[in-house]
Design a protein around this ligand. Sequence first.
Ligand code: ATP
Length: 298
Amino acid sequence: MSTAIEATGLVKRYGRRGAAALDDCSFRLPTGRISALVGPNGAGKSTLLAIAAGLMRQTSGQLEVLGGVPGESRAKVAYLSQDKPLHPQLSIADTLRLGAELNPERWDGAYAAKIVEQGDLDPKARIRSLSGGQRTRVALALALGKRPELMLLDEPMADLDPLARHELMGTLMADAAEHGTTVLMSSHIVAELADACDHLLLLGDGRIRLGGGIDDLTRAHSLVTGRGDLTGHTVVESRASGRGTTALIRHDGPLGGDWQVQQPSLEELLLAHLRATDAPALLTPGTTARTSGSAVSA
Ligand SMILES: Nc1ncnc2c1ncn2[C@@H]1O[C@H](COP(=O)(O)OP(=O)(O)OP(=O)(O)O)[C@@H](O)[C@H]1O
């Protein structure tokens, strides 16, 4: 399977003495995945997306996007930043016309217009008169109208109402399924991610903590409740409960003792890893970066 994004030892510091916003990140995101980029506030998600979009350079390490340096394939990449910058003076129709002019080879005007129409927006309305959620819809119409191969979305749904979120996520997923678009999308809304995404990148303190297919990652963990010795297994998080101990583990061989075992949900997996900040990282096969020097350097 080909690679959409590959990071090798990626480091980003803001300022000479700043702490690392990204600290030795190495991972591979295969093409065609809809990947959730998750992590606590300040984990480095926006920084990673901005570097991948070619808007910021890393301090050291390598990042390859669609087989080249970030920014090289800008025509095939759509990036939606958290603040979704649009020209306030322009009308929606003018904004979409600008999208057509900036993307002459790829622009799908009918598709962009349909996304706007679904939000009952008047194409003549000026951007400055729109609500935050309505602006998000126009920004997503611009991004999707470009028919990108890779979408980098920084909390795209944060200010949408539940219906609009559901509808636009559906549009995004259908588009990705039909065209094989790769999506890397940051969000704090786990329910939204569980429905839409098939892949996960969990960042904590600038480091990759989990990477891989969501099914593979949940299958690699067990939520166990009971009594017994967990020595020899990787215990991500453990706490006393009414029935002994409840722990999220990665088991290595059979469990000794009396345990009830179940596969964790995505939410249980994420919450445990977010709380247990020093749990060992896990990248599933296919999502580890190549260690050879073939990645494109910064
Ligand atoms: N322009 C900047 N100058 C200095 N430090 C910055 C800058 N942008 C981000 N940082 C720092 O880099 C770290 C990572 O920030 P980033 O915005 O990438 O995190 P995030 O995971 O997107 O957070 P959130 O979930 O709150 O959006 C934080 O410690 C932040 O303070």
